[in-house]
Design a binder for this molecule. Structure first.
Ligand SMILES: Nc1ncnc2c1ncn2[C@@H]1O[C@H](COP(=O)(O)OP(=O)(O)O)[C@@H](O)[C@H]1O
Ligand SMILES: [Mg+2]
Length: 289
């Protein structure tokens, strides 16, 4: 992909709509071979960006979903203790003795997503998605520094593995906590805003092909307004898509219908938000009639 516009076009072809800033961030990440940290509120298309990038590059997506308590053994690699034990038993039965050098070899190594990305063979490097890094404990970030900086992993018993072609690395964060400066320094950075109404409508249009045009337009406009309210959980694009899909299934062609309010479980996810959104919807319908 020769320029940001080419990135934008290829993503568009797999139904991911990147604005100019996003296209530039992805283009530079690809060209400089650096990890890209994407931050933004939930539902602005961070995870979808990495998935779309893998499709656009026609390559494999390796995904690491982060969570509290995530360890090196689940993210990088693990020794297969059961197989090691079996090998020891087998050796004992044959009156042989195994040393550490016999037991800590590639044969007993279990690849987890990051090592898998490093050791990936083939002409096109994979896209590695390290999703929701802010969910992992902050000590976990330190385990990534070597990989993010050098596209390699050192395994004390075996040495350093370096990627033949560095994987395309996308990290995402919902900003539920701040990340280490040391992690930020090793990455390019892009903040994703909630899409402006025109782009939001186009995203919904692609995701719910059967939806009526006035429904798409009024629903995305309404969500734009709802996002300015102080809700517990502001609806993101996923919720917007669900809502339009639900209304479309029910045969609605715009937001005027009386039973529209019964579908707001798709966009309001707490009792307070439900009440607030229902009231806003009532006001919206009144203003339209
Ligand atoms: N720019 C975009 N182009 C296409 N679809 C998008 C875009 N942004 C968001 N979406 C859609 O919105 C949904 C939620 O996005 P997601 O990537 O899960 O959000 P995040 O990871 O930021 O919480 C996805 O299913 C995706 O289809
Ligand atoms: Mg996500």
């Amino acid at each position: 992909m020769k320029d940001p516009l080419a990135v934008q076009r290829r993503l568009d072809a797999v139904d991911y709509l990147a604005d100019d800033g996003m296209a530039m961030a992805l283009f530079l990440a690809l060209k400089l071979g650096k990890p890209l940290l994407l931050e933004g509120e939930p539902g602005v298309g961070k995870t979808a960006a990495a998935k779309a990038l893998a499709r656009a590059l026609d390559t494999m997506l390796i995904r690491l979903q982060c969570y509290e308590g995530l360890t090196a053994g689940e993210a990088l690699y693990e020794w297969n203790y059961q197989r090691q034990l079996l090998a020891i038993r087998l050796a004992e039965a044959q009156h042989a003795k195994l040393t550490d050098a016999d037991l800590f070899t590639a044969e007993f190594l279990q690849e987890r997503p990051i090592l898998r990305a490093v050791r990936h063979q083939g002409p096109v490097p994979p896209v590695l998605l390290i999703d929701e890094i802010d969910r992992a404990d902050d000590e976990f970030e330190a385990l990534l520094f070597e990989f993010l900086g050098e596209a390699g992993i050192t395994i004390p018993e075996l040495g350093t593995f370096a990627a033949a072609t560095p994987p395309v690395v996308v990290l995402t964060s919902n900003r539920s906590r701040d990340l280490h400066d040391a992690l930020r320094r090793r990455c390019l950075y892009h903040w994703i805003d909630f899409p402006e109404p025109g782009r939001a409508a186009e995203i919904v249009r692609r995701a719910v092909p059967g939806a009526a045009e006035p429904l798409i337009r009024t629903a995305t406009e309404f969500i734009g307004g709802v996002r300015d309210m102080e809700l517990d959980k502001a609806p993101g694009m996923a919720e917007t898509i669900d809502w339009v899909a639900a209304l479309s299934v029910l045969g609605a062609t715009d937001l005027a219908a009386g039973d529209v309010v019964r579908t707001i479980g798709t966009i309001a996810k707490t009792p307070d938000d439900r009440a607030a959104v229902a009231a806003a919807l009532g006001m919206y319908q009144e203003s339209q009639s």
